[in-house]
Design a protein around this ligand. Sequence first.
Ligand code: 0O2
Length: 225
Amino acid sequence: METKDTKPWLDTSDPQKFINNTAKFNDLMMMYRCAIREVRTKLEVLDDEFSVENQRNPISFIKTRIKKPESIYRKLQKLGCTFTPENIVEQLHDVAGIRVVCAFVDDIYTIADLLSSQDDITVLQVKDYIKNPKPNGYRSYHMIIEIPVFFSKGKTPMKVEIQIRTNGMDFWATLEHQLRYKKGIEQMEGYEEISKELMQCAAAVIEMDNEMQNIKNKIGKFHDI
Ligand code: 0O2
């Protein structure tokens, strides 16, 4: 990939340069969208195969997103980096994001293992917030992977962040995201109480996930599921 320009993209003193940089940014986002498509197909293949063999789908649904330009800009600023193609590619690992929502906790590890073992995928980082939940109750299995994507200009390794969680974990995280995550409400009156209540909700979800997993294990002794 051509990423030699080290000058910030947001320099508007030269309009033609600004237009060219915008085109470069759009090109880079297109590459991330293609990387998402590659990983999504891999996940759908695994789900399809599993459903034929076990008569059920380990994946409930898949959501994808490309990080918004303002979020990319803000994150680079936070890291003390300028808004350049090299910095986006080298410093950010979550421009392309895929969320995989699974039926049972063990499905998460099955999907993660099957994906990691594919020989064109390199796992760069794993954060297991299921075995080690965040102090606020957040649970999810995070992976940063690199996958080669074949463009007309050649093969390019692209980074993708994958979050794998159960329906329960997704339910909690989605609502917590709307209510609190990065909302800067820590100083508000009653915040401690709200934190406690969110923790209680997280605990209820853990209990439900574990119970459903136990039921599955019991049935699994007699039937392939
Ligand atoms: P958004 O709005 O979802 O895109 P980093 O990604 O490097 O800045 P960190 O903490 O090293 O931050 O990465 P981590 O822990 O792997 O978390 C990244 C993503 O996980 C977040 O993306 C969220 O989507 C999700 N996440 C992490 N912690 C929480 C949490 O406490 N609550 C909820 N609801 N989601 C969480 P972004 O880019 O921060 O946010």
